[in-house]
Design a protein around this ligand. Structure first.
Ligand SMILES: Nc1ncnc2c1ncn2[C@@H]1O[C@H](COP(=O)(O)OP(=O)(O)OP(=O)(O)O)[C@@H](O)[C@H]1O
Ligand SMILES: [Mg+2]
Length: 285
């Protein structure tokens, strides 16, 4: 197993090639599933241009649990929206399987922080079926069965016919995850999906997400501003500097799960990230 911080690239010099190909330098490099390449994101407001991120680059590989970690306003949601194809970069490019991303698509499904992302007039089952019906990504006759399977996977089988207002916040998030997962996206995009939950539910949801990952091995790009959540959920963590977001470091957190919480190595990695996030930016930016 890799040591916690092996394959790190620090202080804006993320190597973009990790995970290292097995077998040493002679082994062929694995092509990234998703490439974010020098992405600068800007918003035009009525009186000025806001730069949300500056030249951000990273590669996500199949089955990565890739976390974007950084303080509020560093452009995490903006990056996710750009990967989703909702916004366009003012410089740089996003590529999925080598193809430039220019629009949204069913291959990139998003789960938001907001509990109210389900359609309130549809049941859980109907909500999960909805994108499959609209996108025509699957044969019509398979859709209900696929939806039921996704709902079971997130432990909501008994609530398939319930409406969103009958569910707790955690259950609504499970339904939103089921809806996204049922589409079998190439990359699941999650924007602080557990941030609005109470501590116990958040913890349970992190464990369930990891269990789901163990079962399905999907690829997820996960945004959080919690260091602890980043280390527990992530296999790799991209640490972003404050506004505008730039890459500070890319860290390997593969070796850590919740069971390591409280351990010396977990604490050391957490401290290291903490120091990065709160360090003065000494790079003259
Ligand atoms: N639609 C918009 N118009 C103008 N500025 C925007 C818009 N959306 C985001 N911004 C600005 O871009 C910057 C990055 O915002 P973003 O929401 O991506 O940050 P974030 O890292 O997700 O923050 P948080 O952790 O608070 O969710 C902020 O300065 C924000 O004010
Ligand atoms: Mg955000």
């Amino acid at each position: 197993m890799l040591s916690p911080c092996e394959a790190d690239a620090q202080d804006g010099q993320a190597d973009g090639q990790s995970p290292p190909a097995p077998g040493g330098p002679a082994a062929p490099l694995i092509a990234p599933l998703l490439s974010v390449d020098g992405v600068t994101l800007q918003y035009q407001t009525h009186d000025r241009v806001v730069t949300a991120t500056q030249g951000v680059s990273f590669n996500v590989y199949t089955a990565d649990r890739f976390v974007l970690l950084g303080p509020s306003g560093c452009g995490k949601s903006s990056l996710l929206k750009c990967v989703a194809g909702f916004t366009k970069p003012s410089a740089g490019e996003v590529r999925l399987k080598g193809q430039a991303v220019s629009t949204s698509g069913p291959d990139r499904m998003m789960v938001f922080q907001d509990f109210d992302q389900l359609l309130p007039w549809k049941t859980v089952l109907q909500n999960v079926m909805f994108p499959m019906i609209v996108s025509r990504a699957f044969p019509r006759r398979e859709i209900k069965e696929r939806a039921r399977a996704a709902i079971s996977r997130v432990k909501l089988a008994g609530f398939a016919d319930a409406y969103p207002h009958m569910l707790s916040g955690g259950m609504k998030q499970r339904a939103a995850i089921a809806r996204a997962m049922a589409m079998e996206p190439a990359v699941l995009l999650m924007d602080e999906p557990f941030a609005a939950l109470d501590a116990l539910t958040r913890r349970r949801m992190q464990e369930e997400l990891l269990q789901l990952w163990d079962d399905v091995r999907f690829t997820v790009l996960f945004v959080t501003h919690s260091i602890e959540e980043a280390i527990i959920v992530g296999s790799r963590i991209l640490v972003l500097s404050p506004h505008p977001g730039r890459v500070k470091a890319e860290l390997n957190a593969q070796a850590f799960g919740r069971e390591h919480l409280g351990g010396a190595e977990f604490a050391a990695l957490s401290q290291r990230i903490h120091a990065m996030l709160f360090a003065e930016d000494g790079h003259g930016h």
